[in-house]
Write a protein that binds this ligand. Structure first.
Ligand code: AR6
Length: 168
């Protein structure tokens, strides 16, 4: 059974147990997918985020989803791309891994990821997709708790990259 799916669209509309947010270390909102998630979830999400006291790069923290269709939001912080020489690849893998781990700890079955770090944080899309897919596939090898992990892509370039990689 293939438990990895590809979907193109707005992650804030997804009916899953949790959506992952590509946040920054403050966890106090921002632009991109982070801004969209806070807009749809409403002000209670920011209230809860304030209590979390931030998050390190590569780590993840969970909140409720409030007005989102998703029950929970897993906020993770991807690395800013600086050329690839300062552990960006490991940090991106860690952001995916930490999100999966916290989802599993909370017995969540369905999870959707955006393309972490590939917007404002400028991580090369092809490399980011390879790391995302490898990390999720690796996690699912020893796991039977998830029903479905969806890669939610927004732009056509990421859609084409994921479509190719997932079929190989
Ligand atoms: N649904 C799904 N994907 C989306 C959506 C959406 N509604 N909106 C954008 N994307 P980015 P980062 C895609 O910049 O690079 C924020 O200000 C987008 O096309 O949101 O990790 C945070 O607060 C791209 O492929 O996140 C941080 O400061 C992907 O989401 C910083 O940006 C990630 O782009 C994080 O930068």
């Amino acid at each position: 059974m293939n438990r990895i799916e590809l979907y193109q669209g707005d992650i804030t509309e997804m009916h899953v147990d949790a959506i992952v947010n590509a946040a920054n270390k403050s966890l106090l909102g921002g632009g991109g997918v982070d801004g969209a998630i806070h807009r749809v979830a409403g002000p209670k999400l920011l209230e809860e985020c304030k209590k979390l006291k931030g998050c390190e790069t590569g780590q993840a923290k969970l909140t409720l989803g409030y007005r989102l269709p998703a029950r929970f939001v897993i906020h993770t912080v991807g690395p800013v791309w600086h050329g690839g020489e300062i552990d960006e690849k490991e940090q991106l893998a860690s952001a995916y891994h930490s999100s999966l781990k916290i989802a599993k700890e909370h017995h969540l079955k369905t999870l959707a990821f955006p393309n972490i770090s590939t917007g404002v944080y400028a991580f090369p899309k092809q490399l980011a997709a390879q790391i995302a897919i490898d990390t999720v596939r690796d996690f699912l090898k020893d796991d039977d708790s998830f029903e479905e992990i969806t890669f939610c892509v927004y732009d056509d370039e990421n859609y084409e990259i994921y479509e190719k990689l997932l079929s190989s």
